[in-house]
Design a protein around this ligand. Structure first.
Ligand code: ACO
Length: 372
């Protein structure tokens, strides 16, 4: 009898030199660097360079990389035109999926020397512009200039969204969250990108498919769902009571649990600290207190810990970022990891095509339709 690994849980399907997730003694590292060190000392641009180009940049490489990304932020006019046709009710994940696909048809990989690294840089740089451009057009009918003088992508996004220079604490927080979200081994969206790549498809197709996989609440969409849950309570006491009822009813609480980490997500401690600092600095501590009360009751009742998506919701919120933008920002950052995996998959490719046990009806005789 075949042993079926539902959801591929516990199955090792390949090798990677990009990150260690849940490895004893290593926790989470990107190319050997601990997530704690990267979150404390590196910017997202350094991390994206590390993932895509395989090493940390030196000062001149970093300056050149930041300049390159800054130039690649501008959206081609046909992309702006397409984004303008998307209604205000569109989810910004659909904005990214559409915009990334459109850039892929205007600047195909393989033409004019464009390889996977170009596609990564182009998409990372322009996705924040797509979000900002669409948001301002859909909500205020403004056509914004998608170039800005901001050095970092986090600053660029905040400036486009708010039409004002970013507040430094918010910019730094978003930059650190980008670092935390950048890469995570064979998670559902990255694996989707690797499956697409294994067919020898182009990098844009892999990223567009990965965006789709990220959207669901069991994966990237959990941060948006977590925020909606937190915001539905007015006090920590109300949260505690309700969450207990939800657990008794065997409901899933988004932002908790993890397929690989079983004793805590190392990224959660970092983002929780950011959320704590922002709440106390702003004097707006209610969501943080509600979040802690949810964390405590779920730990006590189920032994489950928050994953990165739970406290990042409160942190984003305190940076003034609209809830619908949480998952798209995950996608912007994770594009660096996705494309690192596209490159790695291509280096040692084999078509990813598993088997399934058939459970349908037995062989049946086909009876042709009469009288058509
Ligand atoms: N809320 C309530 N119960 C949970 C949760 C949760 N968030 N997560 C797991 N459980 C329970 C399950 O119901 C199951 O209980 P049972 O044994 O009584 O049936 C038990 O814990 C084990 O859970 P599994 O489903 O086996 O865990 P799995 O590894 O398949 O799932 C997953 C991991 C999908 C992340 C799950 O924990 C979940 O759905 N969490 C909520 C969604 C979420 O936060 N996703 C973000 C993931 S991290 C990221 O994308 C950055």
């Amino acid at each position: 009898m075949t042993i079926i690994a539902k959801g591929l849980a516990g199955v090792t399907v390949g090798e990677t030199a990009i990150s260690t997730v849940g490895k004893a003694g290593a926790g989470l590292t990107y190319r050997g660097y601990s997530i704690q060190d990267l979150a404390r000392h590196a910017t997202f641009e350094e991390v994206a360079y590390l993932l895509i180009y395989g090493k940390l940049p030196n000062v001149s490489e970093l300056n050149a990389y930041q300049e390159r990304l800054a130039k690649l932020r501008e959206l081609p006019p046909p992309v702006c035109q397409v984004l303008e046709t998307l209604p205000m009710s569109t989810h910004p994940m659909d904005v990214l999926r559409t915009g990334a696909s459109m850039i892929g048809s205007l600047e195909p990989e393989g033409e004019n020397g464009r390889g996977a690294a170009y596609v990564a840089d182009r998409l990372i740089a322009s996705m924040t512009s797509m979000l900002g451009y669409w948001h301002r057009y859909a909500h205020r009918r403004q056509r914004v200039d998608t170039q800005s003088d901001e050095t970092t992508l986090a600053g660029h996004f905040l400036r486009l969204m708010n039409d004002a220079p970013p507040i430094e604490t918010a910019r730094r927080t978003l930059d650190t969250i980008f670092v935390l979200y950048a890469e995570h081994e064979f998670n559902a969206s990255t694996f989707t990108g690797r499956v697409v790549t294994s067919t020898l498809a182009d990098t844009y197709s892999a990223v567009v498919a990965a965006i789709g996989a990220l959207r669901g609440p069991l994966h990237g969409g959990a941060n948006e769902a977590a925020m909606e849950l937190i915001a539905s309570f007015e006090t920590p006491q109300e949260a505690e009571k309700s969450i207990k009822h939800m657990l008794d009813a065997r409901r899933l609480i988004m932002g908790f649990g993890h397929r690989v980490y079983k004793n805590g997500d190392p990224r959660s401690d970092i983002v929780k600290e950011l959320a704590r600092q922002l709440s106390y600095e702003s004097g707006n501590t209610m969501y943080f207190e509600i979040s802690e009360s949810i964390e405590n009751v779920i730990m006590r009742e189920k032994g489950l810990f928050p994953n990165l998506d739970f406290y990042s919701a409160t942190a984003y919120h305190l940076c003034g970022i609209p809830t619908v933008m949480f998952t798209p920002l995950f996608a912007v950052s994770r594009t660096s990891g996705w494309v690192a995996h596209v490159i790695e998959q291509r280096d040692d490719n084999s078509l990813i095509r598993p088997n399934a046990d058939y459970t349908g009806p037995p062989a049946q005789e086909f009876v042709e339709l009469q009288g058509r």
